[in-house]
Design a protein around this ligand. Structure first.
Ligand SMILES: NC(=O)c1ccc(NCc2ccccc2)nc1
Length: 235
């Protein structure tokens, strides 16, 4: 799966996306993250990429020409135009279900806004979908783009060591993760629940599912309500 990222800060991606699971997935050729510097496409003699908003107001707006030209350049040889996602507070809020949908795409173009946003005509011209990572405003769309790349890439075949780690992962089965413990079994007098030391896998799984349900009910009643509706027969 390939991500082309249109950004003013390509270096951010080259550093962060080289680490850990995403970094390894890039080395294995499963994922490719290609950051393109919008500024390289500016035809302005000072390489300007923003300008004052018509109608007044504080802050600057990203101009059309560099972004559209960058998009046209990276897609010029493509028969199928990839989906363009604009990282914006106005978008559909990202969740595991949306990440799963996006993980089936071969190629995504992510557009990172900056300043107060981008000229609306860019959205009309090239954006297929706006996605938000939550209801708050950040300096730029770069962190949201990295969040999207991380959570989508983990769902791509071969990126995670074993598929079941994904399927067991919280939010996949609509529940929060059960509590995790590792050695030592007794840390400062705080013991690991006996069930986990029993080696009785069926009982361990039952305990874990019960813990997930209880936690979800307590911490995320909204998620629990969905879970209850879809599993009401077993509860
Ligand atoms: N919540 C998010 O996903 C998000 C995305 C981008 C962003 N900042 C860049 C920007 C600001 C204003 C308009 C459009 C883009 N802040 C938060």
């Amino acid at each position: 799966m390939k991500f082309d990222v249109l950004t003013l800060f390509p270096e951010l991606f080259n550093i962060v996306m080289r680490e850990s699971i995403i970094g390894r997935a890039q080395e294995n050729g499963i994922i490719k993250v290609n950051a393109i510097n919008i500024r390289d496409y500016s035809k302005d003699k000072h390489k300007k990429v923003d300008d004052y908003p018509f109608g007044g107001g504080t802050g600057m707006v990203m101009t059309c020409q560099p972004v559209i030209d960058a998009y046209n350049d990276i897609t010029k040889d493509m028969t199928v135009k990839p989906k363009v996602i604009y990282m914006s507070p106005q978008g559909r809020v990202l969740n595991q279900k949306i990440a799963k949908e996006l993980s089936t795409e071969e190629h995504l173009i992510l557009l990172c806004g900056h300043y107060e946003g981008i000229d609306e005509r860019i959205i009309e011209e090239i954006v297929d979908e706006e996605i938000s990572i939550g209801d708050y405003v950040l300096t730029g769309g770069e962190l949201p783009a990295m969040v999207l790349i991380d959570c989508v890439s983990r769902l791509v075949q071969g990126v995670l060591a074993s598929e079941n780690s994904y399927s067991e992962e919280s939010h996949f089965n609509g529940l929060l993760e059960y509590p995790q413990y590792t050695r030592p079994a007794d840390y400062n007098g705080k013991k690991v629940p006996d069930i986990l030391l029993s080696g009785h896998h069926a009982n361990i799984e039952k305990w874990r599912t019960q813990q997930s349900i209880e936690r979800t009910k307590q911490k995320r009643p909204d998620m629990y309500e969905v879970y209850e509706r879809t599993h009401k027969k077993n509860l």
